[in-house]
Design a protein around this ligand. Structure first.
Ligand code: RIB
Length: 348
């Protein structure tokens, strides 16, 4: 990192300070501070002069010193299971955008649904004194979240149904969405309908199974346990799960995959078996990542409200950070939306 240093007449090397910037721009130190912290409107030409002096002298505010003084780092921690999964990547990106618009930087960490790794990140974020933390689909021990309340650091949990004693919660009505997806397949005439679940320990998986079983029961179709295959939200697990379903003498004519990544893997297995989509097997996914509309045939799926999840989580957190929200933790439940495309068809 380029040091904020300058050589004096005596030849000594000296660190550039806010005082040097004030002298160079012919303003007070207070004015320089207002420009850096946006704490007061500064005349545009004066502001430009200060910024030019900072650039010319290579001056960068000392954020650590500033946060020690103010107790505020203007930083949000964001923990996701796996940012290589487009669902988490899209939500994380929107959280960063919303946070940045409100003057916050975001520190992103991947927990891999590994409780030990998640605990390490929790301790790192506590040590960095972040102003607040958003967990997406935290797979660790929820009680770990209490460490933040003990440190008066607000927490919001998204995409996970946890107790409100731990955090504000933003989630999707996964049971309704699972029911809608299954009912859609039933209305296409399918009866032998399987599902490939995500990590079974996560509430979104458990709720989607409830929706699937409820819709089948409502239609009077018995649920076969061999038609419920546990995946882990990756494409590979979707492909392997589909291979095991196709090995059955009478394989399912429709499969509800609990995310698009597994649906894409399942589609690969169907093609490798020389079968057609949706002619032989209809496939429905979940999330509506960008890829879903680009695969062939385009994937029928259930669209998660990425922007709403991100904006509610970010706004709830920042309002807590600023002290504007002191009431009890809140649960926001959002609706996912069925998006019919060509990967589903009427039962042949
Ligand atoms: O694609 C990742 C899945 O895990 C999403 O459906 C999301 O809800 C999370 O639970």
């Amino acid at each position: 990192m380029r040091k904020r240093l300058r050589r004096e007449e005596s030849g000594n090397i000296k660190r550039v300070t806010i005082k040097d910037v004030a002298l160079s721009a012919s303003v007070s130190i207070t004015t320089v501070s207002h420009v850096i912290n946006n704490t007061r409107v500064v005349d545009p030409s004066t502001r430009q002069r200060v910024l030019h002096s900072m650039e010319a002298l290579g001056y960068h505010p000392n954020n650590v010193a500033r946060s020690l003084r103010s107790g505020v780092t203007k930083t949000i921690g964001l923990i996701v299971p796996d940012a290589s999964n487009p669902f988490f990547a899209e939500v994380a990106r929107k959280i960063e955008d919303y946070g940045y618009q409100q003057g916050y930087s975001v520190i992103l960490g991947n927990s891999d649904n590994n409780p030990e790794k998640q605990t390490n990140y929790i301790n790192t974020l506590l040590a960095k004194r972040v102003d607040g933390v958003i967990f997406i689909s935290s797979g660790g021990d929820d009680k770990e979240l209490l460490k933040f309340s003990e440190s008066q650091i607000p927490v919001v949990v998204a995409d996970r149904n946890i107790s409100l004693e731990l955090a504000d919660v933003v989630q999707v009505d996964n049971e309704q969405a699972g029911s809608d997806a299954t009912r859609y397949l039933i209305e296409l005439g399918h009866k032998n309908i399987a599902c490939i679940t995500g990590l079974i320990t996560l509430s979104p998986s458990m709720e989607r199974i409830k929706g699937y079983e409820g819709a089948m029961k409502m239609a009077g179709i018995p649920v076969r346990q061999e038609n419920i295959i546990v995946g882990d939200f990756t494409t590979l697990s979707g492909e392997k799960a589909m291979e095991s379903l196709l090995a059955a003498i009478e394989f399912p004519t429709a499969v509800f995959c609990f995310n698009d990544m597994m649906a894409i893997g399942a589609m690969a297995a169907i093609r490798k078996a020389g079968l057609s989509i949706p002619g032989d097997v209809s496939i429905i996914g979940f999330d509506d990542i960008e890829l879903a509309s680009l695969v062939v045939p385009p994937l029928t799926t259930v669209a998660q409200p990425f922007s709403e999840i991100a904006s509610y989580a970010t706004d709830l957190l920042i309002e807590r950070i600023k002290g504007n929200r002191t009431e009890a933790n809140q649960r926001v439940v959002l609706k996912a939306r069925l998006v019919p495309r060509e990967s589903t068809g009427r039962r042949g």
